[in-house]
Design a protein around this ligand. Structure first.
Ligand SMILES: [Fe+2]
Ligand SMILES: [Fe+2]
Length: 499
């Protein structure tokens, strides 16, 4: 599982610290409003106002508010020590509290209208797992379990929803929520398809059923009903997860395997445009994706992200597709332009891609790879042409991409895969030795020009990338025996001719 967006990590300075504290306080106030709503609803069946309830039960109200406040502090200090970059991005803090508030409301809705055991307590774990990652899911699942327990135990809502008939469930609710959430996290981590997401719901049922059977074994037929509520809670967690995940993905522009898979569908809007307007670039991107995915597997990187980044790395070419070799069918418009003008058009595709991807509200990490995939490499073809036309006093930076250099391993993989795919089309002898020479040259040239200085790629990683790309490219352009030139006729024609 991945972080919300690895490229959005900012420095956690004083300003970010103050901002994060303010967002935490704002969210605490929002949750207090929900709690007041619960308390008010709890007073509806008793003949007292909210004010009277608070005055008569001020110790319970203080327990409730202070326990929730302590849980907020725990979240804050957990991220201060474990992942400050998350606190530096306000969007991520809102995402965490939106998920917590949403899941609390959903759980009490089902607890109120159905039964305490029918609450989809694994919903938060599944959503956080997909949107933020496994570590956050484990931590926030514990916080969620304790929040539900505090509200059940210290508010009067449980009397309204007749949940107080199930005192054992309230007492053991942290264990119930925690175990259901943990099963969801461990089973859900390997889930890649919607059917499996749904089946995760049934896995969540197991700890629910065990707990219900242990806590309510003495209710006779009632126990069977409660067990059915347990099944409902597991299935409901999975169904609500599938229903609301796309909403959170779009609202918070998060990247998940599901979203990346949708984006690499050939019918995704930008992919369809690329297929219609720049079929050469589209085909090139597919081969780059194949190489990048293989490299990501070899390096243990995120394969779905590598694939999507490769699909979108050259979308900037959509602005002027006819100026790029792979889309030309004979006529080359650069023959009528000066090398300086040609370089401007060629290098702008990296920045155009960045703007296009962000303009379509696609994940920022894809835009970052698009703008970084050529780093600050010179555009040698036009530099050589300009040298021929001048007296030799040229600044190579005027003929280079404007960068930035790759900032992540995925961006570096795309850089090498992109150049390797392009060069493999130009070499006539595609034997493994020649392909290896070409890929080695690409990597060495980029190392000489410090293109990998800003990402944490090691020498071993580069060797792995080289070996993987060579093996893939020799597989793509493998040798075939020549087919014999035989003209085959239909049997009836042969019979006619013989007659
Ligand atoms: Fe490119
Ligand atoms: Fe490319």
């Amino acid at each position: 599982m991945r972080q919300a967006d690895p490229t959005e990590t900012k420095k956690f300075g004083k300003a970010a610290c103050v901002k994060s504290v303010l967002v935490f306080l704002a969210n605490y106030l929002i949750l207090l409003l929900f709690l007041l709503l619960f308390l008010w609803m709890g007073t509806l069946e008793q003949e007292e106002t909210l004010k009277e309830y608070i005055l008569n039960n001020y110790n319970m109200v203080i327990y409730l508010l202070s326990s929730i406040f302590l849980l907020f502090l725990t979240i804050y200090f957990y991220y201060i020590f474990e992942d400050r970059s998350l606190l530096a991005t306000v969007k991520n803090i809102w995402l965490i509290f939106f998920l917590l508030d949403f899941c609390i409301l959903v759980c009490y809705f089902f607890g109120y209208f159905f039964n305490i055991y029918s609450r989809p307590v694994a919903l938060l774990a599944l959503l956080v797992l997909m949107l933020l990652g496994r570590r956050d899911a484990i931590f926030l699942n514990i916080i969620f379990a304790l929040m539900l327990f505090s509200i059940d135990r210290f508010s009067n809502f449980s009397s309204l929803a007749e949940m107080d008939q199930y005192q054992a469930a309230i007492d053991c609710s942290p264990l119930l929520t925690f175990s259901a959430g943990m099963v969801a996290i461990f089973v859900g981590s390997k889930v890649k398809t919607r059917l499996r997401s749904f089946l995760t719901g049934f896995a969540v049922c197991i700890p629910m059923l065990v707990m219900i059977a242990c806590l309510e074994y003495n209710r006779g037929v009632g126990t069977v009903y409660l067990l059915l509520y347990g099944v409902e809670a597991g299935v409901l967690s999975a169904v609500l997860f599938m229903a609301f995940l796309p909403v959170f993905e779009v609202c918070f522009n998060c990247i998940t395997d599901y979203r990346l898979r949708e984006l690499t569908d050939h019918d995704a809007p930008l992919m369809r445009e690329l297929k219609e307007k720049a079929i050469g670039t589209f085909n090139h991107s597919i081969v780059v994706a194949h190489l990048a995915e293989a490299c990501a597997i070899a390096l243990g990187e995120d394969t779905a992200l590598a694939r999507a980044a490769a699909y979108y790395h050259d979308v900037g070419k959509l602005r002027q597709p006819e100026y790029f070799t792979e889309n030309q069918t004979g006529y080359n418009p650069h023959s009528e332009l000066s090398p300086e003008l040609s370089v401007d058009i060629i290098r702008s595709h990296a920045k155009d891609g960045y703007e296009l991807i962000l303009g379509r509200r696609l994940p920022k990490i894809l835009a970052d790879v698009a703008v970084q995939h050529h780093g600050t490499m010179p555009i040698k073809y036009f530099y050589a042409r300009a040298l021929k036309m001048s007296d030799g006093a040229l600044n190579i930076e005027d003929f280079s991409y404007s960068g930035p250099k790759p900032q992540t391993k995925i961006a570096a993989i795309i850089m090498v895969a992109d150049a390797s795919e392009a060069i493999s089309r130009t070499i006539s002898d595609r034997s493994p030795e020649k392909v290896e020479d070409a890929v080695r040259e690409i990597i060495e040239e980029r190392m000489d020009l410090d293109q990998f200085d800003e990402c944490d790629l090691t020498m071993r990683d580069l060797t792995t990338i080289k070996e993987t790309i060579v093996s893939c490219l020799t597989g793509v352009y493998h040798h075939r025996v020549l087919y014999p030139k035989l003209k085959l006729k239909r049997k009836e024609e042969e019979a006619k001719n013989d007659a």
